[in-house]
Design a protein around this ligand. Structure first.
Ligand SMILES: [Zn+2]
Length: 509
């Protein structure tokens, strides 16, 4: 962010604190936040426990609930008030892996680096079969024509050769000054945001797009399906089955395998050599609706007039199942908790209520945040209720574990002066971007639908999109401790400032 002009500063003046004593108080609070956040940080220790001990937190799973119980205890220990669960998605089912193995056994031996996709069935013991390639299921009529009667006892290799990622591309990267300036200088949001009901509707269809294919190959007697994803070589990316409801099908054993192994199997077929694969998979399905909870806690407001107003912040707590969800989104879940822990520890009593929500089901279809919003702010197709008007702003974190470098204004120009003023005292913020751009695909879209000023922070990309995002490498090693400590301090300062502001954050319409 850069400060535009003195005029802009004057115009934005009355929104926040004014006067010398207020300024002095703010400086004192900033120093206390920094001291607690940097010298007494708890965040990495907590994230280590969450990711290493509790592990993956797939929506609907027992592991999700165990981790939710753990973090709600941490929230209580940190002095948060009104810590509780709120249920969502009564028909989301649970699923887990007990054991699996995938190997090529002919023409010679290779252990295949694989991971099962979520919500798939077990094999009946160890099975083996020849590999057969089906390039695409886009045209199911063609698939049926070409493969009917040919799949009995086969292992289907689904897809064509994965796009080769450049071996010289950096694994991890940070935003350049030019990129940040370019984002800041945008005058209008270029990315269009689909209205939430339409978006959710489109996902319902999208989520089951491979259903016909999976049912066909299973009915034809195929034993399993193997696919891959063009990502950094060596990574496994097993998201992409969304059969998470009790009413959904249970697909046959379905794995993602690493690009190199997929490439080798496919190249052998092209050379008229048919590899043989042996595999086993043991999974379990269960339906325990008590696992489906959002986790809520707050620092209750202290001003008799303002405490009914809320600064809401959120992060999704669920993860995919191959890694431990350290970068997506364990780190940010703990940034929220650490920010409130810091504010509580320094004795800050907010005027407005500062509430955190850890949502489940984001990876499926924002299910947790949508159910929370429907419960509190009204149905999606109705006018937002009075409770929604009391929420001054919603802040979301879901872009990995890199340092914060600004904020997406989500097409709300009126919020720009608020954040310019809040960020100004933060070291290094002169280079941050306040961009009018919309960012998509996470829970702030839920709250934006209710016309609550909703924002997601810009974070350093690091290795998020090409290594850790939904992969088996979403683990603690990819979380820079200093970055998440800084993020907690930034968030603590931001919600402190929002809770003390003279008015609420302006709405966009
Ligand atoms: Zn995420």
């Amino acid at each position: 962010m850069r400060i535009k002009s003195i005029l802009a500063a004057i115009l934005s003046g009355p929104i926040l604190f004014t006067g010398f004593s207020q300024q002095q108080r703010s400086e004192e609070v900033m120093a206390k936040i920094r001291a607690e956040g940097f010298q007494n940080s708890q965040i990495m220790a907590m994230l280590g426990e969450l990711s290493d001990v509790y592990g993956q937190r797939l929506t609907g799973s027992r592991e999700y609930l165990a981790a939710a119980n753990w973090i709600s205890d941490k929230m209580k220990e940190s002095g948060l008030q009104n810590v509780h669960f709120e249920k969502y998605c009564p028909d989301c089912r649970g699923w887990g892996i007990k054991s699996f193995n995938v190997e090529m056994i002919a023409p010679n031996y290779m252990h295949i680096n694989a991971y099962p996709l979520a919500m798939v069935k077990s094999t009946s013991g160890t099975v083996e079969g020849e590999v057969i390639n089906i390039r695409s299921f886009r045209d199911m009529e063609l698939v049926k024509k070409n493969f009917a009667g040919k799949l009995q006892g086969k292992i289907v290799l689904l897809g064509s050769a994965p796009r080769q990622r450049s071996l010289t591309d950096p694994v991890s990267r940070t935003l350049t000054k030019e990129e940040l300036e370019q984002r800041e200088s945008k005058l209008v949001a270029e990315r269009t945001q689909t209205p939430l009901p339409e978006l959710l509707k489109s996902w319902e269809t999208d989520d089951v797009r491979d259903q016909d294919f999976l049912q066909f190959v299973e009915a034809e007697g195929a034993l399993a399906v193997l696919k891959t994803r063009s990502m950094l070589l060596g990574t496994l990316h097993p998201d992409g089955t969304y059969y998470y409801k009790t009413t959904h099908i249970k697909p046959l054993p379905y794995f993602t395998i690493m690009p190199e192994h997929f490439g080798r199997l496919l190249r052998m077929l092209d050379q008229n050599v048919t590899p043989k694969v042996r595999l086993n998979l043991e999974t379990e399905f269960y339906h325990e609706p008590e696992n489906n909870v959002n986790i809520i806690g707050e620092l209750t407001g202290s001003d008799s007039k303002l405490k009914s107003e809320v600064i809401l912040m959120g992060a999704h707590f669920d993860s995919w199942h191959a890694g431990t969800g350290a970068t997506d989104n364990g780190a940010n879940s703990l940034v929220l908790l650490e920010a409130l822990r810091i504010l509580k520890k320094i004795g800050f009593k907010p005027k407005r209520t500062i509430r955190m929500g850890l949502w489940g089901g984001e990876e499926q279809a924002f299910i947790g945040s949508v159910d929370y919003a429907r419960e509190h702010f009204g149905e999606l197709d109705q006018k937002p209720n009075t409770e929604s008007t009391r929420v001054s702003a919603y802040l979301n974190l879901d872009n990995g574990a890199g340092a914060i470098r600004g904020i997406y204004l989500q097409n709300n120009e009126f919020a720009r002066p608020v954040f310019e003023k809040i960020f100004r005292p933060l070291p290094g913020s002169a280079e941050w971007a306040l961009t009018i751009e919309n960012t998509l695909s996470t829970d702030h879209e839920t709250f934006d639908h209710y016309n609550i000023p909703s924002f997601q922070f810009i974070q350093e990309p690091l290795a998020y999109s090409n290594v850790t995002h939904h992969t088996q490498l979403d683990v603690l090693e990819y979380v820079p401790e200093e970055d998440i400590m800084k993020n907690a301090v930034i968030l603590a300062w931001t919600v402190y400032s929002l809770s003390e502001m003279d008015g609420k954050v302006p709405r966009k319409k």
